[in-house]
Write a protein that binds this ligand. Structure first.
Ligand code: ADP
Length: 319
């Protein structure tokens, strides 16, 4: 293998730049040429591909987002789109591709692999919902962003004796809500993997009131429902006034934490090592502190599970 490429796809995540940098520098270190594919699979189809050198990835390790840009590309879900992508890669003499993204992006890498083009998937998403890894690139940064927000909201919740509902990202995965809820000392954490009734929420709040608590924080993953709807239901059913804060896209941005930078650097380097060993169709992860790689087709049959002992702990610590 002489020439490889790297792309970022799907939802951006802080630390993707650190991963791109690691792929480029590690590859050049081993004498490979590296190309950047801009705008994800859309850029792949359109041939938005440029050579990267050591300097191309200078001064980006601390930056959120992705210098390669990202995109959602429906055309790549078609066989025609995938063949166009492979044609572009071949035209540039590229023999291996590193795809940094979430499970949708992994599906794209699977399609290329099935068509005989070696791809390595790196888990990049704030949601921490990729099977085969304990952590994804961007999760730690998003977690810390949410924890900071909870801390700040707590100040005003305490001053005004209020109950706040904080809606965080996580359509299918509750990790951000769960980890941030535990780290931020939330009274109630609502995640898509578990069902809590309105009565459960109310009872938990009442337990706090009975021991003299005047403020509360509810962390709600967006996959459970909208914070405004929960606020309305609590008001209609129990007469409880709450305040709502929807954190939104601030969770996606920002300078990656040290943890995410190191994780992304290790993942990026591992991807290059796998390609150098002639391996394609793999994805990289970290399990119990060790770097691992899995068959990307097999891993997508599995489901990433949230840390359920943390869910139990969040209930035990917020009585
Ligand atoms: P994420 O990677 O963050 O999960 P998406 O689900 O939007 O984000 O996927 C990113 C891109 O990956 C899509 O826009 C599409 O180009 C590609 N992709 C997703 N699913 C498939 C699929 N089944 N086959 C081929 N490409 C796919």
């Amino acid at each position: 293998m002489k020439r490889i490429a790297v792309l970022t796809s799907g939802g951006d995540a802080p630390g993707m730049n650190a991963a791109v940098r690691a792929v480029v520098r590690k590859a050049i270190y081993h004498g490979l040429e590296v190309y950047g594919v801009y705008q994800g699979y859309s850029g792949l189809i359109n041939g938005n591909i440029k050579k990267l050198d050591l300097g191309s990835v200078g001064d980006i390790i601390h930056r959120g987002g992705t210098i390669l840009h990202s995109a959602r590309c429906l055309e790549f879900k078609t066989e025609e789109g995938q063949l166009k992508g492979i044609e572009q890669l071949k035209k540039h003499g590229i023999e291996g591709l590193v795809v940094i993204g979430g499970d949708g992006s992994y599906q794209g890498a699977v399609k290329l692999t099935e068509k005989g083009f070696p791809c390595i998937g790196l888990p990049g998403t704030i949601d921490n919902d990729i099977p085969g890894t304990d952590y994804t690139i961007g999760f730690d940064t998003a977690l810390n962003t949410v924890v900071r927000a909870i801390d700040q909201i707590r100040d005003t919740a305490t001053s005004h004796d209020r109950t706040f509902i904080i809606e965080v990202m996580g359509r299918h995965a509750g990790d951000i809500a769960l980890w941030a809820g535990v780290a931020g000392g939330a009274e109630t954490v609502l995640i898509p993997e578990k069902t809590d009734s309105l009565e459960d929420v109310w009872n938990r709040l009442q337990n706090g009131v009975q021991r003299g608590k005047k403020h509360s924080i509810i962390v709600l993953a967006e996959g459970v429902g909208k914070a405004d709807d929960l606020a309305r239901d609590l008001k209609e059913k129990f007469g409880l006034e709450t305040r709502v804060s929807v954190l939104g896209h601030i969770q996606r941005g920002g300078s990656p934490t040290g943890f995410d930078r190191v994780l992304a650097s290790r993942f990026g380097a591992k991807a290059v090592e796998l390609l150098l060993e002639g391996k394609g169709g793999r994805c990289v992860g970290i399990v119990n502190g060790e770097l691992v790689d899995h068959d990307i087709i097999e891993i997508l049959k599995e489901k990433s599970e949230p840390t359920m002992d943390l869910y139990t702990l969040s209930k035990q610590l917020s009585i």
